[in-house]
Every structure is written in C-alpha cells, then in structure tokens.
Design a protein around this ligand. Structure first.
Ligand SMILES: Nc1ncnc2c1ncn2[C@@H]1O[C@H](COP(=O)(O)OS(=O)(=O)O)[C@@H](OP(=O)(O)O)[C@H]1O
Length: 574
C-alpha cells in the first residue's frame, strides 16, 4: 500500500467530479471566465489531481493567513506554501467578481474550461509579510518575491473548485502521472516503500549514487520526480532534462527506479518549499523523501549572501517530522573520491580525502566550449543528450549588427563578411540589409522615430530566431537610436552572441562618396527626416567594435571582425 495522502483523503477532484462533468461543462459556458497564467495553471493542475491534498481550491483568507504565519491551514493541518489565485483590482472590477459567485477557470494555451471556482472571498494580501514569513526576506533578488511584487495581482480570490477537464499536455504525456496513477503504478509493481527524489537539474552519477544509497538505506525503490512546471529562471529546459532522466534510468539496477514528471511551479522557497515538496510526494504515494543540501535554494540575496543556510531545509522538515507522515531522508552533498573511484556523502569521508566535483556553471561552460566531460562525472549517454541541446561554439548562431549612416560602408562590409564566412563554411549565413528589410518586411513603415523602432524590432525578431537555429546573421540597418539597438541586443542575446559594430565613417565622407545621390535629394528637401541631414544619429555607447571606411579598407575591417569572432570561439572548427 502506498503512503496515505496528506490529511487522510486524496483530493482527486477530477475523479470526484467526473459523474457531473457534462453538467459542469455546460454551466462553465454560461459563467464569467478567468484565464489563468502559466503559474496559476501549474497550481490548478496539482489542486485538481490531488497533488496538493488536502486543498480543494485556492486558499481563502483564513487558510492563507494561517499558512503564511504558522505553516497551517485554518483547520490546523500542516501546509507550508500559500496557493493563491491572484488578480489585479482592474480585472476584479471588470469581471464584477464577488463572494458567492461561480466563475470558470480557463487555460490560456487553448481556451479550454478546466474548472469552476465558487468564490469564498476576495482579499488583499500583505505581500511584504508574505515575502518575509514565507521566503525569509522582502528582497526581489528572490525569484518568488520578485514574482509576488512585480507579476502577481494585488488581490487573492479564494474558493473551492469543481473539476471539468484535465490540462492537455503534448510532451512526455506517458510520463506525467497524477497521484492516483502513480499510486496505482506502485501497487502494480508491488512497491510499498518508495523514496522520492526531487530535481530541477540534469542528473549525473552523483545523483544516481545518492538515490541508490537512499534506497539501500531504507530498503525502498526510487521515484525520480523532476519538476517540469516552472523552475528557476535560467535552468536547463525540461525537454532536455527529461531526455537526460530517460537516458539515466537504465543505469539503475533491475528496474529499481521509476520516472514520473511533476507539473509544479517551484517558488525556490528553501525550508518552506522542502515541507511543501514532502507533502506533494506523500500525496503521490512516496513513503520517503530526499532532502539534500540547499534544497530548492534561490541563490544569493541582494547583498550577495545566501538566502538560506545549506541545511535549513533539512532542519525545517525535521521540525515537522511527526506531522509530515513521510520519512525525510536527509543527505549531505555526494562527491567523487578519485583515489577510490567511488562516490560518498561528504560527511562520511575522512578529513583530507581528495574529492572532485564539477559545478553546474562549470558544466555549462564545458558544454559551451565543447570541452571534455569526464566519465567519473556523468554517463556518456547523458552527456550526449546535453551536448545535443548545448551545441559547441562552432555550431552556435550569432548576430553581427552593423549600425551607421547610409553609405557609411556598412553594406559593403556586410557583403564582404558574408562571403568570408561562406568561404569558411560550417554555418548558414543570413544577411538583413537595411534596404532589403525595408522592401521585404517593413514596406508600410516610414522613417518616424516610432517606425524606425518597429523596423529594428522586426530585424531583432528575425535575427533572434535565426540565431537560435544556428545561423550567422549579419544585420546592417542605420538603427540610429540607442534604445532600439539596446532592445535588439536584449532580444537576440537570449539565443546567442550579439556584436554591435559601429561603422563610424564621418557623415561628410558618406555624403561626398554617395553615388546614388540620396544625400543630395535629402539636402534639397526631396526626402524628409533623413538620418544625418535632418534626423539625428546617436552614436552607440558601448559598441564591440568601431570602424571607419574613410580610414580603413573593407578588407581590413572584415579581418578585424573575423578576429573578434575568432576570439569568442565562434569560428572554431567542429
Ligand atoms: N528618411 C530617411 N532616413 C534614413 N534613411 C532613409 C530615409 N528614407 C529612405 N531611406 C533609405 O532607407 C534605407 C533603410 O533605412 P533603415 O531601415 O536602415 O533605417 S532605420 O534603421 O529604420 O532607421 C537606407 O539605406 P541604407 O542605409 O543604404 O540601408 C536609406 O537610404
């Protein structure tokens, strides 16, 4: 038998309300609807499937206050994380929401009706108090505190839910188990003792060692239960991670581990989060739960110190040990001992023993540069998956953004560079010249400040998408405004390197050598708002390179650019 759920009954609202589904679905069509955000959807899914038992809805004020102040719902049951439906004052007014009303909760991704909420109360939380009590500090360096102040609405809407539909997923559907499904699965396998492992990172040998040790120590099987909802910004995406977990699974002896995905929106709440995670795993039928070093840690606060001590989460679960009803298995960091070629928790090794480790940052850097990842650290099949998602520098896309006056030579540089890169091969090269973009993408735009912004934003969008897919992009618009160039940089840098080259050929020279006579027309007033004539050009504040076609040849400029690119590893051979 799997572990009894928190509060005694698994609140599987989908199963409970199935007999009334048609009736609820029809009613939902007639009600005011609230479209949920991604985070709210994650919470809703785990309320509806019983992952958050004993919750049957979003917290009303009494439950919320109890949880914030003393980790307890109004009826006294232990619960450590506020699960609330936040809305702005305007939305509440616009939708005319009030206590007693029934509203439909809708999925933002496909507009499906998921549940009906009967509003219990609408209340204004004390966000500063919530930040301090739940997350330990009112400091926006903490992602959940930042979310609380910047994203969450100022009011919470509490009330119980009736379920209409499960959320639709299209990825790894076979690995997404509800608590009821996982319980059934354990039953089928004959597992009575299950130790759950929470993770938001790829797993390597140390993690496999840790979980097998936990299993051995408690005569249990292993549930690898990674979070695939929302994790810490900057984490490796869940698609890559799930492929990693799948690759790792056969490394467990004799089918001793099962992989199940958890659609949780993490808060990175350290101690509070550890208690919450334990409750969630208990609801999924696990009997044991591993809490390691710095469990669900958010990193450093705005003063550069850790938000929580490395073992604070372990102390927190220990405090509620009797009430939790799931045995917490605390673990120190597991590290590699090269002299023995084995792994061990650091508290179990003699002083002065030589240890080796590769941090997440170091791993990412090795993936980026294509450097070796040793077999003592990870399995080749896991490394292969990671490498597929982290192409070496030589295979990464980038954008080179040339800015300058018309006839500054930016187009010649762009063309010459394109040919140079094509000669080297290994990557496709795309060019976005000012005039081409104007005729192909922005033909309806003029040259007002606003239209120029739109034009640059379009270039940035296309360059970003191409960069993401591994292309070398050469963009060469005038882009006279710093703000637009900054926005382009921000948009493109999400996907690859961005280099800003200021083609600072003096205006007089651009004008003097203009064979098309475009400056002459502008001077005569035939073209209005022409950059350099009667419209401003702001020189870039922090360009990667400044070149000048009056003083330099195109060939020498291209060489300078190639040297710059080479210095970042982007022109390495695969
Ligand atoms: N009013 C005005 N101001 C500036 N430029 C003008 C104007 N009218 C037409 N042109 C010609 O349009 C070409 C493309 O301009 P851009 O799209 O690069 O300008 S911007 O970046 O959106 O500001 C640009 O050519 P290139 O610089 O050769 O690309 C200009 O010659």
């Amino acid at each position: 038998m799997a572990n009894p759920p928190h509060g005694g009954i698994l609140k599987d609202l989908i199963a409970r309300d199935l007999p009334r589904q048609a009736e609820l679905a029809a009613e939902a069509e007639t009600l005011t609807a609230i479209t949920l955000t991604e985070r709210q959807l994650c919470d809703l899914e785990l309320i509806l499937n019983g992952g958050f038992s004993p919750l049957e809805g979003f917290m009303n004020e009494a439950d919320y206050k109890g949880v914030v102040k003393e980790n307890r719902l109004a009826d006294g049951v232990l619960f450590s994380m506020p699960i609330t439906l936040d809305l702005s004052q305007e939305s509440i007014k616009e939708l005319g929401l009030k206590a007693g009303q029934r509203v439909t909760l809708r999925d933002l991704r496909d507009d499906r009706n998921l549940a009906i909420l009967t509003i219990d109360d609408i209340y204004k939380p004390d966000k500063v108090l919530e930040a301090r009590e739940v997350f330990g500090a009112d400091d926006e360096a903490h992602p959940a505190v930042k979310y609380l102040h910047r994203t969450a609405g100022d009011y919470y809407v509490g009330g119980k839910l009736e379920a209409i539909n499960r959320l639709q997923h299209y990825d790894f559907v076979d690995l997404r188990y509800t608590p009821a499904e996982l319980r059934l699965h354990f039953d089928k396998l004959g597992w009575t003792r299950v130790v759950a492992f929470q993770t938001r990172n790829p797993m390597h040998r140390a993690h496999r060692e840790l979980t097998v040790r936990a299993a051995r120590g408690h005569q249990a099987n292993v549930l690898i239960h990674p979070v695939v909802g929302l994790t810490k910004p900057g984490d490796i995406d869940h698609f890559t991670r799930v492929r990693v977990y799948k690759a790792l699974l056969p490394r467990y002896p004799n089918g001793m581990a099962v992989l199940g995905l958890l659609p949780l929106a993490m808060r990175m709440g350290g101690p509070r989060e550890a208690i919450w995670h334990a409750i969630i795993r208990k609801n999924h039928g696990a009997t044991h739960f591993i809490v390691g070093r710095d469990h669900a840690g958010p990193g450093k606060n705005s003063k550069g110190d850790d938000f929580y001590g490395p073992y604070d989460a372990q102390y927190a679960v220990e405090k509620y040990r009797d009430e939790l009803g799931i045995e917490v298995v605390p673990f120190q960091m597991v590290t590699y001992l090269p002299d023995k070629d084995e792994y061990a928790p650091i508290d179990q090794i003699p002083k002065d023993t030589r240890t080796l480790n590769i941090s997440g940052t170091e791993l990412r850097s090795r993936l980026r540069s294509g450097r070796e990842i040793p077999e003592w650290f990870s399995y080749p099949e896991v490394v292969k998956v990671l490498r597929e998602s982290h192409p070496a520098r030589a295979a990464q896309g980038f954008t080179l953004f040339l800015t300058g006056y018309t006839n500054s030579g930016k187009d010649q540089i762009a063309r010459a560079l394109q040919v140079t890169l094509n000669q080297q091969g290994g990557r496709s090269v795309s060019m976005l010249l000012g005039e081409t973009v104007r005729s192909e993408l922005s033909s309806e735009l003029g040259f007002s400040k606003e239209d120029r912004s739109k034009n640059i934003a379009r270039i940035a969008f296309v360059a970003g998408e191409l960069t993401r897919s591994g292309t070398a992009v050469i963009a060469a618009p005038i882009a006279p405004f710093e703000k637009d160039r900054e926005a382009a940089k921000e948009a493109i840098e999400k996907y690859g390197d961005f280099f800003l080259v200021h083609v600072a050929t003096p205006l007089e020279y651009c004008e003097k050598t203009d064979k098309r006579g475009i400056y002459a027309r502008a001077r005569k007033g035939e073209i209005k708002g022409f950059t350099g004539v009667d419209d401003p050009y702001e020189a870039p504040v922090k360009p990667n390179l400044v070149v000048d076609c009056e003083k330099q040849t195109v060939r020498s400029i291209v060489h300078q650019i190639v040297l710059m690119l080479e210095g970042t590893g982007l022109l390495d051979r695969l």
